[in-house]
Design a protein around this ligand. Sequence first.
Ligand SMILES: [Zn+2]
Length: 285
Amino acid sequence: MTAWAEVADGVFQRRYQPYDVSVCVVRGTGGLLVCDTRSSHRQADEIRSGLRELGALPVRWVVNTHAHFDHTFGNARFGPDSGLGAPIYGHERVPAHLDAYERQVLAELTADAEDPEEWREVVITPPTVLVGAAMTLDLGGRAVELRHLGRGHTDNDLLVRVPDAGVWLAGDLIEESGPPVYGPDSFPLDWPATIARLRMALGERDALVPGHGAVVGAAFVAAQHERLATVAALITELHAAGVPANRALAEGGGRWPFPADGMANAVRNVYDQLAGSPPGPAAQR
Ligand SMILES: [Zn+2]
């Protein structure tokens, strides 16, 4: 892991392995807000011990940027039964997503693990406070906005905006250390419009902390927006040309703006969406 980096006044990012996942902290006079909880109880306990480096304020708020395991499986170590008892905020579709996808992920992690105990002890814990389009939290001396701007990486991406610091915690809507991840639960056709809304709200000098990677600014977001739009347009074009889904990756050739081996889910989900069926776990197709 890295040391805590103070991205802006009282806003911190720490990058943890595995997955180079960002854990962020926003400090108010009333306590700490922790954004994302990593992949297991043990990993969450590592966050908790690291928080001591930021002073004695208690954790009063926890936010999940989306339901994926690397951002939520530590929830239990902050929530009702943890001794901290912090409310956990997440988008209203997180609980259904945990059931539809992440329980299976946990089973796979347990089956594949060298140390299965780390995964057996995970209690998948949904947010205790569900957020629709927006909610504002008062951290004491500073307001923090939770914003859902539309579907993209998942259908439950929530951004955390700290207006007085000009900082956004973006979850995996924007990624820096690798290409954006198109999972089986992604919405490639919606993603560009969601980033367009983000860009409308983003100040020119705002800093944005990706779910994975280093802090970026408006220019990086603009460049990633363009690539996300290229993916949506290219798959739509291939579909319209009658290219079968299993030929689309090859047919796209050098026009994919991200490595083609990460585009299979994007192709499948766009083809399904254009055929009128929503994305879902393979087992439910
Ligand atoms: Zn992630």
